[in-house]
Design a protein around this ligand. Structure first.
Ligand code: ZN
Ligand code: ZN
Length: 169
């Protein structure tokens, strides 16, 4: 069976011998191969990074792009885009930095890093525009397109409950 993730599993032995040497990794990886399950993910994940050999390991910089589709959080309009994650991570043989990923047997596995960062970015809430007005909770009209005369003065019941509460001190 072909290992689809091979491009993201790198033999770093040669690279580690030559501090300052760099290696580009430009790949499109399918979400299935990467094991990324996310309802918003909509296409292949773009990996465009560079590995640089350092004295104490390998620095990984570049971007990971994850195409997504999701409704606007406020007005529910369908949106699509590409979540771009800036990468600036370290791989170390001895993981001195708590944040660093391990280099095991001279192998550097970019899969956990790409997966982790792509998922964080896909979780971000999306709005169609920063000042999207949303939908009227009473009649459902799109406040970006029209206005209505609904009375939307809301009492927040979570706090109303606290009014009757007597605190012991
Ligand atoms: Zn919106
Ligand atoms: Zn309304």
């Amino acid at each position: 069976m072909v290992d689809l993730l091979r491009p993201l599993r790198i033999n770093a032995v040669e690279l580690l011998r030559r501090p300052g040497a760099t290696l580009p990794v430009i790949e499109e990886i399918s979400a299935e191969a990467l094991g990324v399950v996310h309802e918003r993910l909509n296409g292949e994940i773009d990996v465009a990074i560079e590995l640089e050999s350092m004295n104490d390991g390998i620095a990984v910089t570049g971007t990971v792009g994850a195409p997504w589709s999701a409704p606007c959080r406020r007005c529910l309009k369908d949106l699509t885009g590409v979540a771009q994650v800036d990468i600036d991570e370290r791989y170390q043989i001895e993981t001195i930095d708590e944040e660093a990923y391990p280099i095991e047997n001279g192998q550097l596995d970019l899969v956990p890093m790409v997966r982790e960062l792509a998922l964080i970015e896909l979780d971000a809430e999306q709005v169609c525009q920063p000042d999207c007005k949303g939908l009227c909770p009473a009649c459902g009209i799109d406040w970006n397109k029209a206005s209505c005369n609904c009375d939307n003065t809301v009492t927040d019941h979570r706090w109303a409950d606290l009014d009757g509460l007597v605190l012991d001190d």
